[in-house]
Design a protein around this ligand. Structure first.
Ligand SMILES: Nc1nc2c(ncn2[C@@H]2O[C@H](COP(=O)(O)OP(=O)(O)O)[C@@H](O)[C@H]2O)c(=O)[nH]1
Ligand SMILES: [Mg+2]
Length: 256
C-alpha cells in the first residue's frame, strides 16, 4: 500500500493517511457493485468506503449490505447534497473522495487524483471530464456545465473546466472549515464558492466519462440550474468576495 509523505512545509494534504470514499446512491442497483469492487481493488491507499443511500427501492440497499468492505448509511431525506453531507460527517479519513454511484465516473483514476493532491499540496482535486475524447456527456449537460463553469471562473477568479464534476478528492480539514447548506445538486457549486473565498486551492486532473448503463439520472436540469445560478449570485453579495478571490488567485497561481 502506498503512503505519500512530503516533508515540505505544514500542509493539510501533504500526506494521505486514510481516504474516506463517500458515495451517494438512489436506485443504482445496476451500477453500484461495479463501482465498489473497482474502488476496493484499485485504490492504493488505506481506505474506508461509505455508501449513503436515500432509501432506494430497486435493491441497491440489499446489494450494498452484502459487500463486507463497505459501510452503509441510510439517509431518508432527499437530496444529493444532504446525502454527501451525512456521509462526510461519518468520514474518518484525512482525505474525502466523493463520487457518484451511477457508474459514469472512471473510479480507477482515484489514485492519480490523490497523487496530484499530494504533489501540488492542493485542498481539492476535481476529475475533469472536459478533455475526454469520447465526449460521452449529453449536449444539454455539457452546455449547462460550460455556462456555469464560465460564470464561476470569471466571478471567483478560478480556472476550472468542469465545476459540475461530482468526482473530487477533498481535504477533510478544509471542508470542515466551510459551512455548506445546500441540500441538492447546488451543493457541489456551493463547495467551490466557499473554497474560493477561503483561498483553498482547487486543481483538476483529466478523466474519462461513461454513459449511464442502468437507471435514470436524478438531475432535474431546470431546478438545479436555477439553484446553482442563485448560489453563484448570492455568493457575490458579500462585497469582499471578489477582492478576496483575486488576492487568493495571486497567492495560488503557481500551484496549478
Ligand atoms: N442518497 C441519495 N443519493 C442521491 C440522491 N439524488 C441523487 N443521488 C445519487 O447521487 C449521484 C448523482 O446523481 P445522478 O442522478 O447521477 O445525477 P447526474 O450525475 O447529475 O445526472 C448518483 O449516484 C445518485 O444515485 C438523493 O436524494 N439521495
Ligand atoms: Mg450521474
Amino acid at each position: 500500500m502506498k503512503q505519500y509523505s512530503l516533508t515540505m512545509g505544514v500542509s493539510m494534504t501533504s500526506k494521505v493517511d486514510l481516504v474516506s470514499v463517500v458515495i451517494p446512491t438512489l436506485n443504482e442497483a445496476g451500477n453500484i457493485l461495479e463501482a465498489l469492487i473497482t474502488i476496493e481493488k484499485e485504490l492504493e491507499y488505506p481506505k474506508e468506503i461509505i455508501v449513503v443511500d436515500g432509501n432506494s427501492t430497486d435493491g441497491t440497499i440489499e446489494i450494498v449490505k452484502d459487500v463486507n468492505f463497505c459501510k452503509l448509511i441510510i439517509e431518508p431525506r432527499r437530496g444529493y447534497g444532504l446525502a454527501l453531507r451525512t456521509g462526510m460527517k461519518n468520514a474518518k479519513g484525512n482525505i474525502i473522495v466523493m463520487v457518484d454511484g451511477d457508474g459514469t465516473y472512471e473510479v480507477r483514476h482515484i489514485n492519480r487524483m490523490l497523487a496530484k493532491m499530494v504533489e501540488k499540496d492542493a485542498d481539492m482535486v476535481l476529475a475533469t471530464r472536459m478533455y475526454d475524447p469520447n465526449k460521452a456527456m449529453g449536449f444539454m449537460n455539457f452546455l449547462g456545465n460550460k455556462v456555469i463553469t464560465w460564470c464561476f471562473d470569471f466571478f471567483y477568479s478560478q480556472f476550472l473546466s468542469d465545476t459540475q464534476s461530482g468526482f473530487r478528492a477533498i481535504s477533510h480539514q478544509a471542508i470542515d472549515n466551510v459551512e455548506l447548506n445546500e441540500g441538492d445538486m447546488a451543493y457541489a457549486t456551493e463547495m467551490l464558492i466557499k473554497f474560493a473565498k477561503e483561498g483553498f486551492t482547487m486543481i483538476e486532473v483529466p478523466t474519462t466519462y461513461k454513459a449511464r448503463k442502468y437507471g435514470k439520472p436524478k438531475l432535474r436540469r431546470f431546478k438545479s440550474g436555477i439553484e446553482i445560478f442563485s448560489i453563484i449570485v448570492r455568493g457575490l453579495m458579500d462585497a469582499n468576495t471578489i477582492r478576496k478571490c483575486q488576492e487568493n488567485w495571486k497567492k495560488n497561481r503557481f500551484k496549478r
